[in-house]
Design a protein around this ligand. Structure first.
Ligand code: FAD
Ligand code: SF4
Length: 602
């Protein structure tokens, strides 16, 4: 069994998880605390832990009557926006849902479950400390079901419009019947109206056009009418590899506390079958932790963020990337705050612009494209097929066991499954940690299962690149990213994988497929130095690249951005093309069995 991934155990139904959640500790019942005795005997039981959270929340009990109630989803854990920022805490109550049903829908990384639960619990105590009434419930099904039973007692609930389409669709029924009122989500830096007003009114959408528009209209990083530094983008300068110097910063660790310990024990007991390594020392969960991470990012990463933005290394998992995405996406750090801090810092303009573009540009852009296409269900060429139930990202193929209830699963569908290139292959077990023999892939996969994180270029040019070269089904790869990364939610993972990583949406939001052979990987990383293949002689990735261009020649030859590689493909003689195809078939066969490729067996 690969180290750090978890156990290949049978996990057959969504019910199993919830039953375990309920049954794990007979001894310690923890209530669905509300501050009202009515709920004190709701017997939700938890793993063999101290009941610390329950006791702490109970200590902060306040009167509930006369309050207006707000549902705060798992990714809106802030009091710096919305009603929590403005309304009198003595008149406010919040509902927080811990939902084992949601956790069981996909084989999510343990670290992601811990991140959500620990932050949610800390947030509950923070709000209770402010005098907000906190009603915490444990869901055993869709969120709408969990909230519905509260409505007769609490009245109409409010919620800032969830970022995740999956949650919006879950809650639609309550909204339609008037039991739930959607408020604008104040965490975004741009509105849908702004996106529609930008110069790109219709697809194909270009991030750069949107980004320039937003820079101009917000004035961020502008000197009057002109972009600061004279240009909107310093991308061309930001493509240096990294050879070990300057030293890459060590990510910070975070102090343990009783909430994290309790969550850790819950995960180990109830969610043991979920993959990935749980590392409580790497878990930011408090406001202080979020500040520590951001202070580290500003001091250690941002000064060198730009030049090495595209570099990859086996000696550093994040190089000069900030690792803030997980906290940004649940709003423990606010995008507006991060942007304004960086705009005010004294930094080389390439680093400052490079970083701001990621958040003001890419992060906003992908969310708009996701929303405008209803999660890629509605594309200019028509409707796309939609999965009935959440995918397992190749878990079953790797583990030999099914995850969840498959098509019988309750709740929202499993997402759109577009595929412009018609790729329908399986995701090899290498993505779950079976050694592939390709050092680049093995290194990044192992980092992901160790931390639930890897930086952008590894996601794009290693994981997506190789899956695309192997004709893996884009939806399966999307589901894999969704479960494996602690920062993944549909609005961000789907555009990045379907739109950018795999070309499943053709030119909807990118101009070409991001694929490469060994030359690029060798130039931008040091992975090849620890590989048994030689990038200039026998690396299969180069053959996979040419075989990919040849297989999809009919579609790709019309793309002007691929003129050069397609012209080179034409010049490739028949023998080499045949060899490329053989390598492709052999690599697929070996990796498909979960075996390792070597220079000898290829
Ligand atoms: C195939 C693929 C899958 C991805 N899946 C996710 C995902 O599930 N969740 C996620 O947050 N990001 C995703 N990204 C975008 C990006 O890789 C991560 O946001 C980034 O690597 C997070 O690490 P960081 O905080 O160290 O980022 P940094 O490099 O320090 O960048 C700063 C911030 O910019 C934002 N950002 C940068 N690029 C993007 C982008 N393309 N889309 C959205 N935000 C961006 C993130 O909030 C990030 O924290 C994906 C990219 C690819 C190519
Ligand atoms: S030689 Fe090829 S397989 Fe090995 S690390 Fe380099 S690109 Fe990857």
């Amino acid at each position: 069994m690969p180290k750090g991934i978890g156990q290949r155990k049978r996990f057959t139904s969504e019910m199993v998880d919830i039953e375990e959640f309920h049954a794990c500790t007979e001894a310690l019942s923890f209530v669905c605390w509300s501050g009202s005795s009515k709920h004190d005997n709701v017997p939700i039981q938890e793993a063999g832990v101290m009941g610390y959270f329950k006791k702490e929340l109970a200590k902060r009990q306040v009167r509930e009557d006369g309050r207006r109630w707000l549902f705060v989803p798992y990714d809106q854990l802030t009091d710096q926006m919305g009603p929590l920022a403005r309304e009198d805490v003595r008149t406010l109550g919040i509902v927080l849902v811990e939902n084992p049903w949601k956790a069981a829908r996909r084989p999510y990384h343990k670290q992601k479950l811990a991140l959500i639960l620990a932050n949610l619990r800390h947030f509950a105590l923070e709000q209770a400390d402010r005098g907000v009434a906190v009603r915490r419930v444990v869901g055993e099904g869709p969120y709408a079901t969990a909230l519905e039973s509260l409505i007769p007692e609490l009245g109409t609930l409010r919620v800032m419009l969830p970022a995740e389409r999956e949650l919006r669709s879950d809650l639609a029924r309550l909204a339609n019947q008037g039991s739930l009122q959607f408020l604008p989500h104040e965490g975004w830096l741009s509105t849908s109206e702004r996106f529609r007003e930008s110069d790109i009114k219709a697809p194909p959408w270009k991030m750069d056009t949107f980004y320039r528009f937003i820079r101009r209209t917000t004035g961020i990083l502008m000197d009057g009418e002109k972009p600061a530094g004279g240009r909107y983008s310093f991308d061309v300068e930001n493509r240096l590899p990294w050879h070990g110097k300057p030293r890459a910063p060590e990510p910070p660790s975070f102090p343990r506390d009783p909430i994290k310990e309790e969550v850790g024990e819950l995960i180990r007991n109830v969610f043991a079958r979920h993959p990935g390594r749980l590392d409580l020392d790497a878990l930011p969960a408090t406001k202080k932790d979020a500040e520590k991470l951001w202070a580290w990012a500003k001091a250690e990463c941002l000064p060198l963020f730009g030049p090495h933005e595209d570099a990859m290394s086996h000696r550093s998992k994040s190089l000069f990337h900030t690792r803030i995405s997980s906290l940004l996406n649940i709003h423990r750090l606010l995008p507006s705050r991060v942007i304004s801090d960086v705009a005010g810092m004294s930094l080389p303009v390439g680093s400052k612009e490079g970083f701001i573009r990621q958040i003001l540009g890419w992060r906003e852009f992908v969310r708009h494209v996701h929303e405008a296409t209803d999660g890629f269900r509605k594309l200019p060429e028509g409707r796309t097929p939609v999965e009935k139930a959440p995918g397992d990202g190749g878990y079953q193929k790797w583990a030999g066991e099914i995850w969840g209830l498959g098509k019988k699963a309750k709740g929202p569908d499993g997402g759109a499954a577009p595929c412009a290139l018609g790729c329908d292959g399986p995701l090899p077990p290498a993505y779950w940690g079976e050694p592939s023999g390709l050092a680049c892939l093995d290194r990044v996969v192992s980092d992901v299962w160790a931390e639930g994180y890897s930086h952008h270029i590894t996601r794009l040019m290693i994981l997506s690149n190789l899956a695309t070269l192997l004709d893996a089904r884009p939806r399966d790869l999307t589901d894999w990213f969704w479960v494996a990364y602690t920062d993944a939610y549909d609005w961000v993972v789907e555009p990045n994988v379907l739109g950018m990583g795999t070309y499943a949406l053709a030119g909807l939001m990118t101009t070409k497929p991001y694929v490469s052979g060994a030359a690029y990987i060798n130039r931008m990383s040091d992975y090849c130095t620890i590989c048994s293949f030689n990038p200039k002689i026998d690396c299969p990735v180069t053959s996979l690249y040419w075989a990919f261009l040849a297989r999809h020649e009919a579609v790709l030859k019309t793309n002007p951005r691929l003129n050069m590689p397609m012209a080179s493909l034409k010049k490739r003689d028949a023998l080499r093309r045949k060899k490329d195809q053989e390598v492709y078939a052999r690599v697929k066969e070996i990796l498909g069995k979960g075996d390792k490729i070597t220079p000898q067996n290829l």
